[in-house]
Design a protein around this ligand. Structure first.
Ligand SMILES: [Zn+2]
Length: 215
């Protein structure tokens, strides 16, 4: 692997031999439409401007409700992650790679989250994962849970999306035929418009009360 231009110099205090650095695994989470994919795209742009080489991965495009990926065109350059894709093999095939941006990481398999940690530890690649933490039941996605367990850094994204009442939107509600539901498959593909299943971001109070703010 060629040295990155951003390699920190090794010093007497550094436990890492010169020429080798650990990658960092960061997880940025927040409710849908809080700007995760926009930040992912911006991060990719910033790193590229520094001459770093990266891959952008995504999964389940346009699932979980109206997604921002297609709105900002991130999908046009992203690699779709399927359940059986080995991310270490993928990155190895694309070497040299300095960083990997993972959009919709909550939908990856737990094994793939382990592979992200391998990328950081074994290949010195920086991994920036973005995704939802919890599903429509307000329970953690398995991949998100594993990211909480393994990541070096975890950030709740500045929430720009609000509940209908004006409080910060924290939780993703699934709405079927106009009613908030708490049971069902963890991942159901939503769609825009008049689809029978849609998603709505609510504050905790109104998520728990099942109050969608409609008359
Ligand atoms: Zn509310």
């Amino acid at each position: 692997m060629t040295a990155s231009p951003r390699l920190p110099e090794s010093s007497a205090l550094s436990p890492v031999p010169a020429g080798i650095r650990d990658g960092v695994l960061r997880f940025y989470f927040g409710p849908m439409d809080c700007g995760k994919s926009t930040l992912a795209l911006q991060m990719n742009y910033n790193h590229r401007r520094q001459g770093r080489r990266g891959l952008v991965l995504t999964k389940h495009d346009r699932s979980g409700g109206p997604q921002i990926t297609s709105r900002i065109g991130l999908d046009s350059e992203a690699i779709e992650v399927t359940d059986h894709l080995d991310l270490v093999e993928l990155v190895t095939e694309h070497k040299p790679v300095d960083y990997v941006i993972c959009d919709e990481a909550c939908f990856y398999t737990v094994a793939q989250i382990e592979q992200l940690a391998d990328l950081a530890d074994d290949l010195g690649i920086d991994v920036y994962a973005f995704g939802l933490a919890t599903d429509f039941r307000s329970q953690m996605f398995p991949a998100a849970r594993r990211l909480f367990e393994l990541a070096d850094e975890i950030s709740r994204l500045q929430v720009e999306v609000l509940c209908w009442c004006g409080r910060p939107g924290l939780l993703n509600a699934r709405v079927v035929d106009g009613e908030l539901v708490h049971t069902g498959e963890q991942v159901v593909i939503g769609d825009t418009g008049a689809a029978p299943v849609r998603y709505q971001v609510l504050c905790r109070r109104h998520y728990r009360a099942g109050d969608l703010g409609t008359d």
